[in-house]
Every structure is written in C-alpha cells, then in structure tokens.
Design a protein around this ligand. Structure first.
Ligand code: CU
Length: 173
C-alpha cells in the first residue's frame, strides 16, 4: 500500500509540473539550451532581483557562463550560495559557472543565480526582462526573464494570477 501511495503522490507531482503555465521559450546557442528563465517581482522599490534559468549543454565540450548584463540593471553578476562560518551567504562567481558537456545546470533560489543590482525600475509580475548572458564558447545570448509573483519559488509559481489585475495606470510607485 505504501508503494501505491508513493506512486499516486509522484503522479500528482508530475501533473502539477505539467500544469504549470508555459514560461519563456527555450533559447538555443551553439550546444547550449537555455530554458525556464524567470525572476520575481520586486517589492516596494527593491533595487536588487535574482534571475533564474536552466542551462543544458548538449555538446561534447564544457562551456562557461562568464558574465551577465541587463539594461535595467546598473550592475549584474553571477552568484553562488555558499556556507561561510555556518551562515549561508552569496558571492560572485569570479571564475564563471562551468556547464559540463551532457549536464544541466539550474540557477534557482537558494543556489546559483543571476544577481541584478542597481535596478532602474521595478519588476512587475508578467514583465519580461531582457538580459544578456555571455558564455566562453557560445558567446552572447539574449534571454528574457519571465517575472513571477513576489513569493514565487519556481517559474509559473505566481499564485495562479495569470490574468492581470485591472490596471490602475494612474497609480505611480
Ligand atoms: Cu546574489
């Protein structure tokens, strides 16, 4: 019986994944496929935002994400999370992020991420934020981050508010 319950739970989980709204199209650059690029809405004038995406290397040689840039951000870096004296801290990846051949590297909350700083404007749910990734071999690759809700932990996890609220365009932040 335990096995059955597990199967049911797995099936439900898989279904939940499939039911997630489609996010940004895959972007192919040489041997790399970049998918699920997303970010979060910035609450109350926050000047930093994380960027998350999945990079798959279908080639036979390693490539490396060396930098990121975005028009909306005065400064953008590739970060990692690491334990420092028992405290989880993030820091820039000075040497870049290696994508080994045949491997998929996921940038996600709590791990590797793009750090967009000195933002020139807020991210709102539903926005698409263009960023440029630069790889050692694949070169510059333009992707856009689908902005999810403030508390989203994954792309499509925006609290199911896909329909835009009536736009009170008179309201300025
Ligand atoms: Cu960071």
């Amino acid at each position: 019986m335990k096995t059955m319950l597990k199967d049911v739970m797995l099936a439900a989980f898989a279904l939940a994944l499939c039911a997630a709204p489609a996010v940004a199209d895959d972007v192919k650059a040489g041997d790399l496929v970049i998918s699920q690029a997303w970010s979060r809405a910035t609450p109350g004038g926050a000047k930093v935002a994380g960027g998350y995406l999945t990079i798959e290397n279908k080639g036979t040689a390693p490539d490396k994400l060396v930098s990121v840039s975005a028009d909306i951000a005065g400064k953008a870096e590739v970060h990692e999370m690491a334990m420092d004296n028992g405290v989880m801290k993030m820091r820039p990846l000075d040497k870049g992020l290696v994508i080994d051949p045949g491997k998929t590297v996921k940038l996600a909350p709590g791990g590797y991420h793009l750090m967009l700083q000195e933002l020139k404007g807020p991210f709102k749910q539903g926005d698409k934020v263009p960023v440029t990734l630069e790889f050692e071999k694949a070169g510059k690759v333009a992707v856009s981050l689908d902005v999810q809700g403030v508390g989203a932990q994954a792309p499509g996890d925006g609290g199911h508010m896909m329909k835009k609220m009536p736009d009170h365009s008179g309201m300025k932040m």
